[in-house]
Design a protein around this ligand. Structure first.
Ligand SMILES: Cc1cc2nc3c(=O)[nH]c(=O)nc-3n(C[C@H](O)[C@H](O)[C@H](O)COP(=O)(O)OP(=O)(O)OC[C@H]3O[C@@H](n4cnc5c(N)ncnc54)[C@H](O)[C@@H]3O)c2cc1C
Ligand code: FES
Length: 274
């Protein structure tokens, strides 16, 4: 069912990225990692991760302007209406209490579902490290809101490809450094959550496999129905549907996917190299 909601807040995060909030007016409480299908009247319907849900019942999405619909969404203002279906998909499981090290690793707009997860971990008193990677300083999101926090449970590290902020290089390089600081016996009690460009997540997957670290990655595929009907988001050779069985997959599930880190499909179903 599609629900029409009124936008009640718009925040500019950085160049080309805005967070849009609304109330859904039902009793559903979304979980970090889930997504909604957002319908922009007269334009299109597209999948968006939920980037926050607050105690007043406000839902947020964080949108990067990459094409027609995301651009139209960004041009909406407080008081404008959008349509919502969902929430859909599975979610990031809260880490076991015995976890010694918890990492949230996001690349670019992939930070959106991780911010919701970070807020939940913060409220539950977990200690964790966030690694954010972006092309440059202007593309780092949530710096002020979440990471300039005085909360001692959160350690924040960031990298930019051009070195304009944080460490020069990729988030994967920072992650490798942090792994080398972990005692061997603690690796099996380490857990990683990641979302971002698939090539970044593929490198993280390879490191986690090598070091015996549990991993949860949020995958992105072209979606039309968002709820398991059209088959557009199927993954080879297992036939897993990203919208219904995912978007979050653990290391052993990722290990069975021939597509992961290699190719995705366009709207016609044709394979495109990642
Ligand atoms: C589960 C999931 C969660 C997502 N969360 C976010 C988020 O939090 N913030 C965000 O900015 N983006 C998110 N995206 C990506 C977002 O859906 C696309 O950027 C958006 O659909 C592009 O639409 P467009 O009309 O602006 O671009 P277009 O001009 O249509 O296309 C630009 C590119 O966007 C991708 N794309 C287009 N349509 C879709 C579609 N229906 N499904 C998936 N990808 C598509 C394609 O790779 C395409 O090449 C998410 C995607 C998925 C699958
Ligand atoms: S988007 Fe239709 S089955 Fe996944």
């Amino acid at each position: 069912m599609i629900r029409t909601v009124k936008i009640n807040r718009v925040i500019g995060e950085c160049t080309g990225v805005k967070t849009i909030s609304f109330k859904l007016g039902n009793n559903i409480i979304p979980k970090p990692g889930q997504f909604v299908m957002i319908w922009v009247p007269g334009v299109d319907e597209i999948p968006m991760s939920i980037s926050n849900y607050d105690e007043n019942g406000n839902w947020s999405i964080t949108v990067k302007d990459v094409g027609e619909c995301t651009n139209a969404l960004q041009n909406l203002n407080i008081g404008d209406f959008i349509g919502i279906r969902g929430p859909f998909g599975n979610y990031f499981k809260i880490p076991p209490k015995a976890s010694k090290h918890i990492f949230l690793i996001g690349g670019g707009i992939g930070m959106a579902p991780l911010k919701f997860l970070a807020n939940q971990l913060k409220e539950s008193g977990f200690k964790f490290k966030v690694i954010e990677g972006a092309k440059n300083k202007n593309e780092l999101i949530y710096l002020d809101e979440l990471f300039n926090t005085k909360n001692k449970n959160i350690e924040f590290f960031c990298s930019t490809d051009d070195g304009s902020y944080g460490q020069k290089g990729f988030a994967t390089g920072l992650f490798e450094e942090k792994i080398s600081e972990i005692k061997h016996d603690d690796l099996k009690n380490t857990i990683v959550y990641t979302c971002g460009p698939e090539i970044m997540m593929y490198h993280i997957f390879q490191m986690c496999k090598r070091y015996g670290i549990e991993l949860f990655a949020s995958l992105e595929r072209i979606m039309r129905c968002g709820c398991g009907l059209c088959g557009l988001c199927a993954i080879d050779p297992v036939g897993i549907l990203v919208c219904k069985d995912g978007p979050i997959f653990n290391l052993s599930e990722l290990n069975k996917m021939d597509d992961f880190g290699k190719y995705r499909r366009d709207f016609t179903g044709k394979k495109i190299k990642i």
